[in-house]
Design a protein around this ligand. Sequence first.
Ligand code: PMP
Length: 400
Amino acid sequence: RFEGITMAPPDPILGVSEAFKADTNELKLNLGVGAYRTEELQPYVLNVVKKAENLMLERGDNKEYLPIEGLAAFNKATAELLFGAGHPVIKEQKVATIQGLSGTGSLRLAAALIERYFPGAKVLISAPTWGNHKNIFNDAKVPWSEYRYYDPKTIGLDFNGMIQDIKEAPEGSFILLHGCAHNPTGIDPTPEQWVKIADVIQEKNHIPFFDVAYQGFASGSLDEDAASVRLFAERGMEFFVAQSYSKNLGLYAERIGAINVVCSSADAAIRVKSQLKRIARPMYSNPPVHGARIVANVVGDATMFGEWKAEMEMMAGRIKTVRQKLYDSLVSKDKSGKDWSFILKQIGMFSFTGLNKAQSDNMTNKWHVYMTKDGRISLAGLSMAKCEYLADAIIDSYHN
Ligand code: PMP
């Protein structure tokens, strides 16, 4: 009976927000979850989202069920944003796209497809990676192992280790790659390194599996942040891409994203899509419409599309500014001679500080700075006004 059910541990990321709420100290700072905040540390709804929502109200859009695969206009827009509208994989209809429950739900659909059609195949994930990846593959009963990624000595990419581990994986493995702004490290391969990664994946007949949660949010440019994915598409490879609009359109709670499967023929894409629908139907029947309409409206209107890009640049810009200010504060306050330049080399909404678990605990217990225990801080939750305080906390935690 239910009496026999044991207590589950708190989620390592979302649990941080719960602990933050319970803290009554006024200096407290929540750098745990990756959600964009304004300089006043308030949540932000994009103006272009409000505009699209007003339009939807005026039009009197109804709440009928969507088809299992989601809103057609959204699916078209999302694949075009990813690959570029005129891309051969789109023109030749080689991409099976279905709307998913944001990035997480889309990853979960792909995991279910792997479990059904590639029994025994392993997924290789980076060490470290976003914590939920392991949960997703565990729950889908897909075996996984790690490839080397982060080098603590350089606080940079262990490129040789990464290449070697991908080479040594059993042929036909799935290689999970962060399209841009690697979470949690903020360290991405260079364009030249991406070419080498594609080479070894092709050599070993592996299947790339991209997780794109930050398109446009890392650099401020949708195209630039999709360059890694497009490199693989150009080579005619078959692969997965999960997408999320949580960050770049600030639609966190709307749960809007997609899974794209690039196939080698239009015919295969039709069959793959039919199987994705078959997986989705008993899980959640069909996806929610609201976020899908927002995306389709914004992308489908030249003015709103332009406004979105400007707001995305503004958000990415604010994060870059606090990153610089945090770096400057650390350099001016720290007398130990430590090289803090890794902070400026990282990209996206996170910084991987290199703080270990005990040091991260000091950040929270002594300084009321809430962060994940792997040393990751979300710069999207930081204001210019709090940079000096955060620098004091980091220096104290490093040296104690
Ligand atoms: N992948 C990565 C790497 C992420 O960082 C996130 C968001 N934290 C996601 C996927 C998916 O998030 P969501 O389900 O909210 O789209």
